[in-house]
Design a protein around this ligand. Structure first.
Ligand SMILES: CC(C)(COP(=O)(O)OP(=O)(O)OC[C@H]1O[C@@H](n2cnc3c(N)ncnc32)[C@H](O)[C@@H]1OP(=O)(O)O)[C@@H](O)C(=O)NCCC(=O)NCCS
Length: 244
């Protein structure tokens, strides 16, 4: 009788599994580009790239990148470490700022000459955390949201490298890492004027119409919590296991 093998998270994508080492060394993207974890000394370049995507980019996580803290727990997660334990310890020590940085994902695209030509930053969603925290008796669900939901804060490719599939490759790796780590939802927003709806749709995300919302509460806390775009913003999202 054929032996049944348990399907591992992320294996349905048909992609190479991202190990901690592969995330550091980089995985191949288009045109000889490698997609890898950003290094602390690249924080300034990453910040200037991401500022082309988000005018009012908060720089807290990028300061953490310069200090070698950004994304460190997710990296350990790729080695099989349980992320819930450091998270609970951080909550007990009232140090959620460092925890949020350590649970972020800073990716860069490096071309074959060694230049950084793109960057992506995904983070735990402050809006989701604070909304869930305000629900009486649901503090632990706010922590759970950090383990299950991530916000793609910004993705940017330098102008001279546009149109070579680098943005798509950064998004693809981001999705792959989170699905491997058992996340359930990735979402993000862009300034509506950028008109990136067709772009994110092509990358496998659902783009919300103005006024439309998604329920991010029922899955985590059994209470509906509607998440929608801020003023002048368009929201895109993708649940694990659903393409759109
Ligand atoms: C959006 C962005 C990241 C795309 O990166 P990229 O590497 O050029 O994108 P890809 O090569 O993966 O895809 C290119 C395709 O997207 C299309 N595209 C790029 N910007 C677009 C836009 N604003 N609207 C619709 N399509 C767009 C291109 O026309 C191209 O189409 P084609 O494949 O049919 O030729 C890049 O244009 C960028 O850095 N823009 C400035 C920052 C930004 O707006 N970031 C997103 C908000 S967080």
């Amino acid at each position: 009788m054929a032996k049944k093998t348990k399907k591992r998270p992320g294996s349905s994508t048909g992609l190479v599994r991202v190990t901690k080492q592969k995330a550091i060394d980089g995985l191949p993207g288009p045109d000889g580009v490698r997609i890898r974890y950003a290094l602390p000394e690249e924080a300034d370049k990453v910040t200037s790239l991401l500022k082309t995507a988000v005018g009012d980019l908060e720089t807290g996580h990028l300061e953490a990148l310069a200090e070698g803290q950004c994304g460190m727990w997710l990296l350990e997660g790729l080695s099989g470490a349980r992320l819930v334990e450091p998270l609970v310890r951080a909550a007990a020590a009232d140090d959620m700022k460092s925890a949020a940085a350590a649970m972020s994902l800073p990716l860069v695209a490096q071309d074959r000459d060694g230049h950084l030509v793109g960057a992506l930053l995904a983070v735990p969603s402050g809006a989701v955390i604070s909304t869930i925290t305000q629900l009486p008796g649901h503090e632990q669900h706010a922590l759970l949201s950090i383990l299950k939901y991530a916000k793609i804060k910004a993705v940017a490719v330098s102008e001279d490298a546009h149109g070579r599939g680098i943005g798509a490759a950064l998004l693809k790796r981001c999705v792959q890492v989170y699905w491997q780590l058992d996340y359930m939802l990735l979402f993000g927003g862009f300034e509506a004027a950028r008109d990136l709806g067709p772009y994110y749709t092509r990358q496998g995300f659902t783009v919300l119409r103005p006024g439309q919302t998604i329920d991010v509460g029922t899955l985590l806390a059994g209470v509906p919590i509607q998440l929608g775009a801020g003023p002048g913003e368009t929201l895109f999202h993708r649940w694990r296991g659903r393409v759109r």
